[in-house]
Design a protein around this ligand. Sequence first.
Ligand code: GRF
Length: 196
Amino acid sequence: MIRIAVFASGKGSNFENIARRFQKSRLVKIACLVCDQPEAGAIKIAERFSIKIRPVICTIFKTKLDEQTEQELADYLVSENIDLIVLAGYMRIVKSPLLRAFPGRILNIHPSLLPSFKGLNAVKQALDYGVKITGCTVHHVDEQIDHGKILSQKHTCISKHDTEKSLLKKIHRLEHIIYPQVIHEIAKTMKKEKIS
Ligand code: GRF
């Protein structure tokens, strides 16, 4: 089994979709949810799917974990034999303790066609800019924000009637298609590597 830790800070629709998709999988196990927000919807989803929750508490910074907390988290995930980290609406920047412990094994999904519209409010950025096509991207995580190698993208057209809300809904639908696909493909490769 390829053991996955999902990181989420918010509603958790991607987490829920992934949990459902792999609930009966013989290849992938969603081994734990890492969550930095005690009120996040993702917590309830983990409870519903009986997925272990690993809370992280960091009040010093809003956009990253302090070095020690992130190192302890990395050590915990290693001790839990986690193979792959999947960021799904995790609102902190991943720093060197996790990047060192999981080199090339951290994925993220971003609601734009990278490299356009990095960072926060990507859907609003695309609308404000007036692009006619946007979408979502699954990519490897590296030390830069929304930057690592692109693994998959899916696009949608922006109509003149679209609002931020309607566009976000369209993009979420696409995210729910491509993220499990990429995870499945990577898990297949990881399994082969483990066997050989
Ligand atoms: C998604 O749009 C994802 O692209 C971004 O954060 C959002 C999380 O949404 N990184 P949800 O919590 O999975 O509904």
